[in-house]
Design a protein around this ligand. Structure first.
Ligand SMILES: [Zn+2]
Ligand SMILES: [Zn+2]
Length: 138
């Protein structure tokens, strides 16, 4: 069972089911939101249990294809969740998990929107111009 929290502890959660491997998303929206590209795992919505949510706030993700909303801690500013209604899983920022996570990184998404201030790593992982097949296939 995985657990995680924001920087200050005003948002804490537990995941009672399996976690997806980590996807790195280079889209502009993720980069603005996270301050750089995002690295997120995902869990079935019903498996995510909020243990502390006094800091949790949601905003609509303005340009999301999926009409998603983003969850963050209003006390410390940590970005935690990406919640697309109509999909069965909610994305969770991998850096908020307690370690060891047991996860590895599976792919890069939205490399067509990667920032001009860094190079994509030569890590041999699949790169998708937009979102990959991975989400649909698993
Ligand atoms: Zn916090
Ligand atoms: Zn993104």
């Amino acid at each position: 069972m995985a657990r995680g929290e924001c920087l200050c502890g005003a948002v804490r959660y537990r995941v009672d089911g399996p976690l997806r491997d980590v996807l790195i998303c280079h889209c502009r929206e993720c980069r603005r939101w996270h301050g750089h590209f995002s690295a997120c795992t995902a869990a079935r919505r019903e498996d995510l249990v909020l243990l502390e949510q006094r800091g949790l706030r949601w905003i609509d993700s303005p340009h999301s294809d999926a009409g998603a909303r983003r969850g963050f801690c209003s006390e410390c500013g940590s970005s935690l969740f990406w919640d697309p209604p109509g999909r069965e899983r909610i994305s969770i920022a991998a850096g908020t998990l307690d370690e060891p996570t047991g996860l590895s990184t599976a792919a890069h998404w939205y490399v067509s929107q990667a920032g001009d201030y860094y190079a994509l790593p030569a890590d041999g992982l699949p790169r998708h111009d937009r979102s990959g097949e991975y989400e649909r296939a698993s």
